[in-house]
Design a protein around this ligand. Structure first.
Ligand SMILES: *[C@@H]1O[C@H](CO)[C@@H](O)[C@H](O)[C@H]1NC(C)=O
Ligand SMILES: *[C@@H]1O[C@H](CO)[C@@H](O)[C@H](O)[C@H]1NC(C)=O
Ligand SMILES: *[C@@H]1O[C@H](CO)[C@@H](O)[C@H](O)[C@H]1NC(C)=O
Length: 202
């Protein structure tokens, strides 16, 4: 009897640690959160200027209490597949401790159903295509559930962010071109001036 109880307890513990809480694998998280974000499909937002409003809560088709173990929530900006190609520093891994899909936290707060947050896009967010994902954490700080603004294949409802360095780069390029143009025109004026002077002398 006692060993049966022990077995049951350890099975339960094993289940709590390994299976029910996902063991740190994205594929084992339950998609229970409904998440919406303000950007329209294909909208282009500017890092350091534009804001995003995110709303999240328990999917209403799930029973109340499904989120009883959720203690905190982290809402993140995540790279869309097209912006991950050939960039292993943005690579998706099923192992959540290695996953680099979602690198920018929009908000991190205690969990509550039907919450909303508005925040400016941080200045260090690079130019890329994104979606928004929310992770729910248990009291041990482990991911237990998620929700996202795109479909499972991460194809629909993506938006773009234009990074600050991209914008500076184009300003820099413009000023380099302008300087080159000034040099060329200066040189041109110099040549014309010299020819005119020579003509005048003759
Ligand atoms: C909510 O759950 C239902 C049933 O599982 C699913 O069909 C629906 O797409 C979910 N809604 C959201 C916003 O995730
Ligand atoms: C995930 O990666 C970490 C770090 O490499 C490793 O310690 C852990 O065992 C991995 N988890 C799984 C479930 O593979
Ligand atoms: C979520 O909160 C908003 C504002 O507080 C409220 O208008 C809305 O009805 C709520 N939705 C649900 C599903 O509880």
């Amino acid at each position: 009897m006692e060993s049966y109880y022990l077995l049951k307890t350890s099975l339960l513990l094993f289940c709590l640690v390994e299976t029910c809480y996902g063991g740190g694998l994205f594929s084992s998280l339950q998609q229970t959160l409904a998440v919406t974000a303000s950007p329209r499909e294909s909208q282009v937002l500017k890092a350091g200027e534009d804001s995003i409003t995110v709303t999240w809560g328990l999917n209403q088709s799930l029973g109340p209490g499904t989120d009883d173990l959720y203690k905190s929530v982290k809402v993140k900006l995540c790279y869309a597949p097209n912006s991950q190609v050939d960039r292993k520093w943005r690579k998706t891994s099923d192992n959540l401790s290695k996953d680099k899909t979602c690198q920018f936290t929009i908000v991190n707060k205690p969990y509550g159903n039907n919450q909303s947050f508005e925040g400016q896009i941080e200045r260090d967010v690079p130019t890329a295509a994104y979606f928004v994902r929310a992770y729910a954490y248990n009291s041990a700080g482990e991911e237990v559930a998620f929700g996202q603004t795109t479909d499972a294949k991460k194809k629909n409802n993506l938006f773009e962010i234009e990074g600050i360095s991209g914008r500076h780069m184009s300003i820099d390029t413009a000023s380099i071109c302008f300087s080159a143009f000034s040099l060329v025109s200066l040189f041109g004026f110099f040549l014309v001036e010299r020819r005119n002077r020579r003509l005048a002398k003759n």
